[in-house]
Design a protein around this ligand. Structure first.
Ligand code: 5GP
Ligand code: ZN
Length: 114
């Protein structure tokens, strides 16, 4: 989608610190990390938010979780633990309208969030 920040990042039109890439997803470090390790995983296809999954695009979710499963092992987060977050819409605190899953770790995280 034109004028979407994360579509541009996925295409390499805007630079980012890549963690992983394949034909379906792109993972990169958050520019404003909230934990010692904080990366985002996005589908390359533009999906605005969790409200926009349907029978045609829902399979990317299992792929994203499979990729996260691999990356947390590579980044040595798997044993200590980590958090996967999706913010949806205004009340959910979503600021970029291309769905993304935050993965945070490297410290003990508080609960509940604000
Ligand atoms: P949200 O608030 O929508 O759940 O999360 C958006 C995230 O994207 C934020 O954590 C923010 O720091 C990150 N972000 C926003 N713009 C950029 C950017 O240009 N590059 C990178 N790497 N992260 C970004
Ligand atoms: Zn997009």
């Amino acid at each position: 989608m034109e004028d979407c920040l994360f579509c541009k990042i996925a295409k390499g039109e805007i630079p980012s610190k890549k963690v992983y890439e394949d034909d379906k997803v792109y993972a990169f470090y958050d520019i404003n990390p909230e934990a010692p390790i904080h990366f985002l995983v996005i589908p390359k296809e533009h999906i605005q938010s969790a409200n926009d999954f349907n029978d045609n695009n829902i399979n990317v979710i299992s792929h994203i979780f499979k990729v996260i499963n691999k990356l947390v092992v590579e980044l040595n987060m798997a044993d200590k633990g980590y958090r996967i977050i999706n913010n949806c819409g205004e009340d959910g605190g979503q600021t970029v309208n291309h769905i993304h899953f935050h993965v945070l770790g490297g410290r003990s995280l508080q609960w509940p969030p604000g």
